[in-house]
Design a protein around this ligand. Sequence first.
Ligand code: FMN
Length: 359
Amino acid sequence: MTPPTLLTPGRIDGFETRNRLFMAPMTRSRALAGGVPSELAIDYYAQRASAGLILTEGVAPSAIGLGYARTPAIESAEQIAAWKKITAAVKAKGGRMFMQFMHVGRIGHAVNRYTSEPLIAPSVVRANGQIWTDAQGLQDFDTPRAIETNEIPGVIEGFAQATRNALAAGCDGVELHSASGYLPMQFLSTGSNKRTDGYGGSVQNRIRFVVETLQAMTAAAGDASKVGIKLSPAMPFNDIKDDDPIETYTTLVRAIAPMRLAYLHVLRTPPIPTIFEILRPHFPGPFAAGGAFDLATGNAALASGLADFIVFGKLFTSNPDLPARFANGLELTPFDATTFYSPGPKGYTDFLPAGAQSS
Ligand SMILES: Cc1cc2nc3c(=O)[nH]c(=O)nc-3n(C[C@H](O)[C@H](O)[C@H](O)COP(=O)(O)O)c2cc1C
């Protein structure tokens, strides 16, 4: 059998993808006040509809999960209505889209939030570092309050409700952001989880929040093949630390393997260069690998069976037609990091498809 390439159709339990490229979830900080995505996001996502699957920017399940400036949520009727316009535009171009749920936990600042509630986290451990606020520039992260044991079911139910909201808004599925030092990863990691109840301490306890959240999301979706998860073992971003990431993540992946999720998405970061080889044998379903891939390394990972899908982030910001550029051997436009999080269309919706650029 010919080995798959980036341009071969792929399969998630629920549907076929037209190629093996996922567009990575990317926060772009263009939302309006109150966590509502802007009209600009309609064009931005529709321009990228040729990806096999679009993963949206991190979207807060509710106001308490928001920490960054100009980032969206999926809670209110207004937010859901705005997302409906985005999914409709993507669908009109034959695209597929999963919404990524990003609950920041302890990563945020009050100035960026439209709720007066403080940040919540597994434990009262402030992350070292700073975050951008439009009103006051760079600020130290706020100190979170610890989630009480009897509040955990409510936090998990927030992800279930967000699942219902995202599907009602027309998304094909949802992804739990359990990477990059946000709430689920704060539960997984020994540095941020100092709990003494059933959600902290042993590895079985530290994975419990993620497992129960996935169970609630799949129940809400009525179908596990509409739910994926992203992990970034040992990534030090957002001051996250774990004593034994290989033990933590192999235990987690073994626990979720029987759930028949849509896919496991793993971001490889320098501390564990062999993380795909380590985790893949524990997960029988579709495996999406991300982190600094290009055409050649992406195709090589697919051909060797290391992954079923390749996730591209930065390249999709400046090459909205990335699959066509790969298919036709066209030059890639370099990304512009200065406009990753800046407001307005510049660097967001003004990177055009290859043919349009040369005319
Ligand atoms: C501007 C920008 C914003 C990002 N925001 C998110 C996010 O909201 N959620 C997430 O899981 N990862 C986020 N990431 C990480 C990407 O999803 C991806 O894992 C990372 O960029 C590595 O892929 P790449 O080397 O192809 O860019 C972001 C990356 C960039 C460049």
